[in-house]
Write a protein that binds this ligand. Structure first.
Ligand code: ATP
Ligand code: MG
Length: 562
């Protein structure tokens, strides 16, 4: 199903091409770019492109390689400064840096306009009066050639004059366009006189009302690459059919450099929506609470959910770069998140759904003992912490069963369990309220069991607990995958695939006291439950909120073993 492998080496057909170009001296260094359109927040798919483009620059840094961040802002109606800022933040968070190389396609509007005039003067572009619908009809289909517009042969002077009038605002939106004059019968539809300038009376987020004609993506993209001296212009497969057009502009314009376009396949993980258009709908229709909602596959949502950027980079490496389009099992990403968090997360005890346990033979209300707990068994340097134990604790509701099945080793009436890092307790009595729900357990502890099983005693399970008096209350948000089907984007309506259980809120969880000053950006493993982090948006010192990044169970590790 996926194109993955577990290798760590970074090599792929694009890196091979670049290595060869550097070895043969075709280029002395490599210059790549990441070219987002600022019309939404970045998502996981963009991470693949970022890791590829910035990764190549890092790997060739000894040769002075660099990667530009270029905003492809040629469509004023959908673009906003908010998106520009979020994109920068997300790239930095992933661990990459464009240095001084921040560019905007809109910085080149004047140059692009000059080059459009150049094409007209060369007899290679013309102003067309056909409407968008007519242009579509004249374009033909995959099996039928197109036909020439009646305006195709208007004189160079007339086109020049009309194009200048387009620029100064003499026409309404859609009244005229500028088209490249290539070949209306070309087998590749992209070469059938593509529109290169359109009239749009719209305010642009950077150039304001300076322009009312805007270049098409195809006319802007390659020329911006050429202006920035990009050597390898890496894009996704849907642009493969545009490559001849990309090259036509580079060949027919007096551009300063000759970039080469190379395509690779998009990342499409299972259980995930990957298109900005749909992500916008999720936000605007209120299925989630903003672009950075932890249920979103945006980088800002993933950051807020607690995904470590290193894990996303590792995942992108595992997926690799190829020309085969396929879907990637999201479990692979979840696996790399768990691996990373296992290494770095501080262990803490948290009872998500508490029941009170009173230890009836505890030596007095004021008696307190200090238990020592390890912060991370994978990393001794993270040390230990102390947790006080008095006669009352909280344990997890599902760590107790009145009438347990065989092989249930946790607490039940008459059976014994260990409180992690502490003593064993035995349940003697269950107290219920008038409706029959359990409100308290009465237990006894055995002082001979601290940290060990006395000879001949089999206590099979250790459960987490939180001291009653010192417990800190918190809200916990449990996140699951956001969709219930592997390919939500392939459904007639992705909305039907939304997972109603993507978020469960627990309002009365109990934390061990060390979490009172949990810090934003730190990962915690709540023992036996999963990885969690402070919610950076809604949590306050007075009312703490934690997000579950991911549960402990690792389905990918199992799949991988098989
Ligand atoms: P979407 O389809 O989500 O709207 P887009 O391709 O329109 O995305 P851009 O802002 O144009 O978004 O993308 C910036 C760069 O990221 C482009 O080079 C694009 O090819 C790349 N990219 C977008 N989606 C993916 C993906 N799923 N996998 C890899 N690269 C991607
Ligand atoms: Mg796009």
């Amino acid at each position: 199903m996926s194109e993955s492998s577990n290798t760590n080496q970074s090599s792929d057909f694009i890196r091979e091409i670049i290595r060869e170009d550097l070895e043969t001296g075709k280029h002395i260094t490599s210059v790549t770019r990441f070219p987002p359109e600022p019309n939404g927040y970045l998502h996981l798919g963009h991470a693949k492109s970022i890791c590829l483009n910035f990764g190549i620059a890092e790997e060739n840094s000894a040769k002075g390689a660099r990667c530009h961040l270029r905003f492809d802002d040629t469509n004023p109606t959908k673009e906003e400064t908010e998106y520009v800022e979020s994109i920068k933040e997300d790239i930095r968070w992933l661990g990459f840096d464009w240095g001084d190389h921040l560019y905007f396609a809109s910085d080149n509007f004047e140059q692009l306009y000059e080059w459009a005039l150049f094409l007209i003067n060369e007899g290679k572009a013309y102003v067309d009066d056909l409407s968008a619908d007519q242009i579509r009809v004249y374009r033909g289909t995959l099996t039928e050639p197109g036909k020439d517009s009646p305006f195709r042969d208007r004189s160079i002077n007339e086109s020049l004059e009309l194009f200048e009038k387009m620029r100064i605002g003499d026409f309404k939106d859609g009244e005229k366009v500028l088209r490249a004059k290539i070949d209306m019968t070309h087998p590749n539809i992209n070469l059938r006189d593509p529109v290169i300038y359109r009239i749009l009376h719209a305010e642009h987020h950077r150039t304001g009302n300076d322009w009312c004609v805007y270049p098409s993506y195809d006319f802007a993209h390659g020329q911006c690459d050429a202006i920035e001296a990009i050597t390898h212009s890496i894009c996704t497969l849907e642009f493969e059919q545009h490559r001849p057009l990309y090259e036509w502009f580079i060949d027919n314009l007096p551009v300063p450099h000759q970039p080469r376009q190379i395509e690779f396949s998009k990342l499409q993980p299972t259980f995930t929506l990957m298109s900005k258009r749909r992500l916008i709908q999720m936000v605007e229709e209120g299925h989630v609470d903003g672009w950075d909602d932890p249920r979103m596959s945006t980088l800002s949502g993933m950051r807020r959910r607690g995904y470590p950027p290193e894990a996303l980079r590792t995942f992108c490496k595992m997926v690799g770069v190829t020309k085969f389009s396929g879907i990637t099992d999201i479990a692979m990403m979840e696996h790399s998140i768990r691996e990373q968090l296992n290494r770095e997360a501080l262990r803490r005890m948290v009872v998500l759904d508490p029941i009170k346990v009173t230890i009836t033979n505890w030596p007095g209300n004021d008696h307190q003992e200090i238990m020592k707990a390890v912060n991370n068994p994978e990393d001794d340097s993270l040390g230990t912490r102390e947790i006080p134990l008095s006669g009352t604790v909280y344990i997890e509701r599902d760590d107790f069963m009145v009438d347990p099945p065989k092989k249930y080793y946790r607490l039940s009436p008459g059976s014994e369990v260990r409180l992690r890092y502490s003593y064993c307790i035995l349940c003697d009595e269950v107290i219920k309220d008038s409706e029959g729900s359990i409100i308290e357990l009465k237990c006894t502890y055995d002082p001979l069991t601290l940290g060990k099983n006395p000879e001949g005693r089999k206590v099979r399970a250790a459960i987490h607990w939180v001291p009653f008096k010192e417990a800190v209350s918190a809200e916990i948000r449990l996140y699951e995958r956001s969709f219930t089907v592997e390919e939500p984007g392939a459904e007639d309506d992705w909305r039907t695939a939304l997972n109603p259980e993507a978020l469960t809120v627990l309002e009365n969880s109990k934390l061990e006291p060390h979490l009172a000053d949990a810090s934003e950006g730190t990962s915690y493993q709540f023992e036996r439950k999963g990885y969690f982090c402070i919610d950076s948006k809604n949590s306050t010192q007075e009312s703490l909120i934690f997000n579950r990044t991911i549960a402990l169970r690792d389905s990918w590790a199992k799949i991988n073993k098989k």
